[in-house]
Design a binder for this molecule. Structure first.
Ligand SMILES: [Ca+2]
Ligand SMILES: [Ca+2]
Length: 161
């Protein structure tokens, strides 16, 4: 123990080396989930017409941010998680055009919800009204019901045919 200080320094160096190695592990955070979410979000964004416009607001921005994190070699796991949370949150808000009752499907029950609204038997939320206006003429009427029924019966692939 002639040079106790030198020894301390060695320990310090070893400690910092370990810390660096550990942050190195952190840097190689798992990006698989993020990649999956980005793929799904990109698919939605490529088929914007299928969705209620206001429901995909903010998705593009969240997807762009997530993509930046994905390509950032130094991205920490915490940053990856944050980007993933935001992106998934935005995707949960996404709603199909024609999905009047908001159950993530477009089928005959959406047509009957809309019929009840037209007959003034029920009220619909702002978002449901936007989802109901499938031909985007700013009105919820029989034409939309017909299109939803045709869509449900697979007679049309999208509301833009
Ligand atoms: Ca539905
Ligand atoms: Ca309409």
């Amino acid at each position: 123990m002639d040079h106790p200080e030198a020894e301390d320094q060695d320990i310090d160096e070893a400690y910092y080396g370990l810390q660096e190695a550990m942050s190195g592990l952190q840097i190689r955070g798992n990006k698989e989930e993020l990649q999956d979410a980005i793929n799904k979000a990109s698919e939605i964004l490529m088929n914007k017409d299928k969705y209620v416009e206001s429901s995909i607001k903010g998705l593009e921005e969240a997807n762009t941010n997530a993509s930046l994190v994905l390509t950032d070699k130094d991205a920490l796991q915490s940053e990856i998680n944050k980007a993933l949370d935001i992106l998934i949150g935005k995707m949960l808000e996404v709603r199909y055009l024609g999905d009047v009752n908001g159950d993530s499907k477009v089928d005959t029950s959406d047509a009957s919800f809309l019929l009840k609204y037209i007959a003034e038997l029920t009220d619909l939320s702002e978002e449901s009204l936007e989802a109901a206006d499938v031909n985007k003429d700013q009105e919820q009427d029989g034409k939309d019901v017909t299109q939803i029924l045709r869509f449900s019966a697979d007679i049309m692939d999208s509301f833009n045919d």
